[in-house]
Design a binder for this molecule. Structure first.
Ligand SMILES: CC(C)(COP(=O)(O)OP(=O)(O)OC[C@H]1O[C@@H](n2cnc3c(N)ncnc32)[C@H](O)[C@@H]1OP(=O)(O)O)[C@@H](O)C(=O)NCCC(=O)NCCS
Length: 319
């Protein structure tokens, strides 16, 4: 049995923040941000909206798209590093609000690589025969953790949620995955406050990042994850119909696809509209690609992510 993606959904907040808007609060420009990242604008939640609010809308859309009722869900996994509260999990909030009374639920924390880690976990549970129907969500509201005076980070991130419904299927679905952690590099991307080491946020409640270090890692992580997931499936580069990489920075993507010789037409990019939406980035792009008709039955799709931890991973999916 494979884990087939039978429905997708997503949710973005209504508020658009453009590069020009940011140039009014930090010393930057639309031109600099576009040239160095490819981002033109991002979506930002209001104070009253938390991660579970976006996750719920994305999940409802994915369930409707899949024609699956909440009662059929056996497990909910929400990949997030910006939960509403340390506990309960976003997944349990979702279980209640969806009335998915037959489901178990937990959050998975692997930052921007979260959705790919979640897909590896969920597909393994389906392959093992443990579950038949799983709701997998990637959702983050990292703009709530941005230092709006730090131009090295506040230009990069946006908020969103994306969801997929996975169902056991004999023919198509996830055919391989790869995941890896490099905890020795953990200090290059950190949210220092708010956890048990610093519950009172004495070290700050904002994302701190060594942009250059993370950039170098990201290029290596994206390339390695594609090579390794293809190895795991015995597929070749030429077999790939669409690559959906984590939407962090167009220069990371361009660098890797140029080096690997993958044509631009085979790579899905929407980061110009949303920036880096963390765990939501890949399922949001997947939902848009599916809605735009970019995916045909039988296509080989590679999903890849990298992020804090540092972590990286990929999944190969027969659509
Ligand atoms: C953050 C990032 C865009 C910075 O781009 P960069 O090309 O590495 O830029 P640098 O840090 O070398 O800075 C170059 C110059 O631009 C300046 N600069 C940095 N941010 C700027 C901004 N928003 N606007 C204008 N100038 C800026 C720097 O201060 C520096 O100036 P200096 O040469 O006078 O010191 C880039 O490093 C990056 O994308 N890293 C990966 C981040 C990421 O993807 N994180 C999430 C992973 S999940």
């Amino acid at each position: 049995m494979k884990a087939k993606i039978i429905g997708t959904g997503s949710c973005i907040p209504a508020k658009v923040v453009t590069n020009d808007d940011l140039s009014k609060i930090v010393e930057t420009s639309d031109e600099w941000i576009r040239e160095r990242t490819g981002i033109r604008e991002r979506r930002v939640t209001d104070a009253a909206t938390a991660t579970s609010d976006l996750a719920l809308v994305a999940a409802e859309k994915a369930l409707a798209n899949a024609k699956v009722s909440a009662a059929e869900i056996e497990l909910i996994i929400v990949c997030t590093c910006s939960p509403d509260t340390l506990f309960p999990s976003v997944a349990c909030i979702l279980q209640d609000k969806l009335k998915a009374t037959n489901a178990s639920a937990f959050d998975l924390s692997s930052a921007c690589a979260g959705f790919n880690f979640g897909l590896a976990v969920a597909s393994s549970l389906i392959e093992a025969g443990r579950h038949k129907t799983i709701l997998l969500v990637g959702a983050d509201t990292l703009t709530k953790y941005l230092d709006w005076t730090d131009r090295g980070t506040c230009i990069l991130f946006g908020d969103a949620a994306g969801a997929v419904v996975l169902k056991a299927d004999q023919d198509s679905g996830v055919i391989g995955n790869f995941w890896k952690a490099e905890g020795n590099l953990r200090n290059s991307l950190v949210m220092p406050g708010g956890g048990s080491r610093d519950p009172e946020n004495k070290n700050g409640r904002f994302i701190r990042m060594d942009g250059k270090e993370v950039f170098k890692f990201a290029v290596r992580a994206l390339e390695t994850s594609i090579i390794e997931v293809l190895k795991a499936t015995s597929c070749s580069f030429d077999d790939v119909n669409l690559l959906i990489p984590h939407q962090a920075n167009i220069r990371i993507i361009d660098h890797v696809i140029k080096k690997m010789g993958l044509p631009k037409e085979k790579v899905y990019v929407n980061l110009q509209k949303y920036g880096n939406t963390s765990a939501a980035s890949v399922p949001l792009a997947l939902d848009e690609a599916a809605t735009e008709g970019r995916l045909k039955r039988g296509d080989l799709v590679i999903l890849s992510g990298f992020g804090a931890g540092l972590t990286y991973g990929a999944n190969a999916v027969i659509w």
